[in-house]
Design a protein around this ligand. Sequence first.
Ligand code: RFL
Ligand code: PHB
Length: 390
Amino acid sequence: MRTSVAIIGAGPSGLLLSQLLHLQGIGNVVLERRSQDYVLGRIRAGVLETGMADLLRRAGAGKRMDAEGEIHEGIEIAFGGSCHRIHFADLLDGKTVMVYGQTELTRDLYEARAAMDGIVIHGAEDVAPHDIKTDTPYLTYTKDGRNHRVVCDFIIACDGFHGVGRSAIPPDILKTFERVYPFGWLGLLSDTPPVADELIYSYHERGFALCSLRSRTRSRYYIQVGQDESLEAWSDDRFWDELKRRLPQDIASGLVTGPSIEKSIAPLRSFVAEPMRHGRLFLAGDAGHIVPPTGAKGLNLAASDIQYLSEGLIAHYKSGDESGLNQYSDRALARIWKAERFSWWMTMLLHQFPQNGAFGQRIQNAELEYLFSSRAALTSVAENYVGLPY
Ligand code: RFL
Ligand code: PHB
């Protein structure tokens, strides 16, 4: 098979890029290792910056988000027994975020791809990039026991943190930066009404907790757990009990519990790979970087990567202008490192770090008290949370 752009991975990065290129008449193929049902079964992000929401609309896949997503003007941070609001709209002249699940967003992108007869090949195994330093790179893969080859102009690795794309960049060129946090998040999804209208990030001596939501009838909650915690050790009852203990009393007493429809543990990690281009191979989204979810930035960074990369590819095909592709890695990384900083900072602020001792805890308390005593500090958090400009 011959195409212009071969994309590895049908997560939000891959599908969004595929759709944006197709709308400009640029041929592309997406190769995905898993089935569509598997991809749509993963429960992940919930908060979209305006830039991501706009990009989804531009991709022709924003209709349901606009109908069903919720605009949020702020978040709550709980500490010392009560909730404290960060009102973005007030601090930042009306700026807001959109609460809409990644699962729904991915479903909308799949539907948009199908409506345009976009090519998404599922069950593609052993995907491997070749000749990325030449003008004629290609991908090989197997499906149903048969070998296939996709000849193309560019290969885009949108294959997430555990993908194959990044390892095609030689180790003497690829630099990686990593921090693994000594805990994970145990997440639970339930068909229960959310405990509050806005997200609540809770700093508590028993550990961090987050109350999020997908709709007025579906809630998403997380609690900080040990790095090696096993899922089996957490019955729904134990989860609800622990969550209540980590929330201010008035919030906990209003919590509606119910059976989980999904429960999983995610490790927390910061990771950046540089550069994000080698020859005709480009990295985008989680393939190039990971943030801990505390700042709600992972999916949103994937969106800015795809914005820069689609601009570069469109300019290449429309006018032979290479500058966007040449600047892609530097441009993307400049925004990525700022989101890495913010996600690291939110994580350090809100989690328990027993190894940092009483001194560390006092510093966290001082930071929280300072934050809510200073409009300048609140504005800085709000500015990062709603998303820095592209
Ligand atoms: P994905 O979504 O991981 O998709 C990669 C796709 O590539 C496929 N793949 C391969 N295909 C072919 N061959 C191979 N060898 C392949 N290897 C992998 C995979 O099957 C998959 O389909 O990466 P993408 O598209 O870059 O998207 C990134 C986002 O998914 C991620 O950043 C966010 O989910 C992060 N995240 C959040 N981001 C936000 O912006 N706001 C949030 O509120 C937010 N909350 C979260 C999150 C991530 C979480 N977890 C579970 C890590 C909350 C959690 C708990
Ligand atoms: C979510 O709803 O899954 C979610 C929201 C905010 C975060 C992380 C996850 O910071």
